[in-house]
Design a protein around this ligand. Structure first.
Ligand SMILES: [Zn+2]
Length: 404
């Protein structure tokens, strides 16, 4: 281990947990931040120049397996048809095909180049640590589980146990579970997934309250998801319990050590309050994917007003043109000028780290945390106002003090 301190200087440092520091200096020892302060005149340090150094960005929800898709899948609506396109894309690859592996690698590199140092990734059977770049972003890999019928449930639980017992020597990976969505997972599989997450102290991520059709499915057991499941031969003969709503699912998820509610586009008032009252729960808002599907306005500001943790994600390239979390921030800044840029920055960093259970060692530029940092070029003037303009550019990303 090299214990020589590494010093970085920049015009601005935006630590997130305290106000911006002009002419700031960060000292790093063995990949860990040891000091954050104003630089002394003529102090020896690597000068990054007229940039702002931010905590590395956190993309709390993506599907890297779709990283070679050039354009989002069509049609965007109805949603069940979009899923059919996604499944058709997946099915074209043979088990021995290398495309999904390449996609995982390219997607991780694309994320890194756009400033992401921590990823919440949904992993399927093509996923392997081997395909991740060695100096890439850290990854919380949620194994996708799908099953509505009893034989599938047992098989999925076996996969989940094996996944959570995994150890990664090559790249930093934390393992979690992703019971996919209310229309693709039985209440029993959901409950057993949450029990496993408790046993292994693992995080859980689930797509929830994503569409109006999902609410119809939960409440009445009808709508386009029923037809879609029948076409996949995945519909349980005995049917599914009805009279449910996202709140029932939230109650199950609340037992997990850490739970990410992915999308949450159609959360009701009491569901927002339920999440806000539980610090182990977060909502992951995917702004450009939300726009791609033409949803009703997202309740992210109501969630924040109630004190809920809201993280940001890109989702996969099946519904977004790229994997840049930075572009999500620029997109929000353009549309929500009433939200302070410091708040947006917090959503893309600290809040994402909290959602993924990594707030103890990243998400802010704080002594004792990892040197996961990103340098952004910006114009003159107030650095927070200058950030997230369409001209701003990620110029460098460091993971644990190393250039990615
Ligand atoms: Zn997703």
């Amino acid at each position: 281990m090299n214990s020589q301190p590494q010093r970085l200087k920049a015009k601005w440092i935006l630590p997130v947990d305290r106000p911006p520091i002009e002419n700031g200096l960060i000292e790093i020892v063995d990949g860990i931040i040891t000091t954050v302060r104003v630089a002394e005149p003529h102090e020896a340090a690597t000068d990054l120049g007229d940039v702002a150094i931010l905590p590395g960005l956190v993309n709390a929800h993506t599907h890297l397996e779709f990283s070679l898709v050039e354009q989002p899948f069509q049609p965007a609506l109805p949603f069940a048809d979009w899923i059919q396109s996604l499944v058709a894309y997946r099915r074209q690859f043979m088990p021995t095909s290398t495309e999904p592996c390449v996609a995982l690698n390219i997607g991780a590199i694309e994320s890194l180049m756009s400033g992401t140092t921590l990823l919440g990734e949904i992993a399927t059977n093509v996923w392997d640590e081997l395909f991740m770049p060695t100096h890439g972003p850290r990854i919380v890999a949620f194994r996708e589980l799908i099953g509505l019928r009893p034989p599938n449930i047992e098989q999925q639980i076996e996969i989940a146990v094996e996944w959570l017992a995994r150890k990664s020597e090559l790249v930093p990976v934390t393992y979690g579970l992703s019971p996919h969505a209310p229309y693709s997972i039985s209440p029993e599989l959901l409950q057993r997934s949450v029990e496993l997450s408790k046993r292994f102290d693992a995080p859980v991520a689930m797509h929830l309250a994503e569409t109006r059709e999902e609410l119809e499915f939960l409440g009445h057991g009808r709508g386009p998801f029923v037809e879609m499941l029948k076409s996949f031969d995945a519909w349980p003969e005995e049917g599914l319990s009805t009279g449910r709503r996202p709140l029932n699912i939230l109650r199950a998820l609340a037992d997990a050590p850490r739970a990410l509610v992915v999308h949450g586009n159609y959360l009701a008032e009491d569901e927002i309050e339920f999440i806000a009252a539980r610090p182990q729960m977060s909502v992951v808002f995917c702004p450009r994917t939300h726009e791609f599907f033409g949803h009703e306005p997202h309740p992210w500001r109501q969630l924040l007003a109630k004190g809920a943790n809201v993280a940001l994600g890109t989702d996969g390239r099946g519904s977004n043109p790229d994997l840049s979390l930075w572009k999500e921030l620029v997109f929000l800044r353009e549309r929500f000028s009433d939200v302070a840029p410091s708040k947006l920055l917090e959503l893309g960093t600290r809040a994402g780290a909290q959602a993924l259970g990594c707030e103890h060692d990243c998400g802010t530029i704080t002594p004792g945390k990892r040197a996961d940092l990103v340098a952004v070029s910006l114009g003159d003037g107030d650095p927070l106002e200058e950030l997230m303009t369409t001209d701003s550019r990620i110029v460098r990303t460091l993971c644990g003090g190393k250039v990615g």
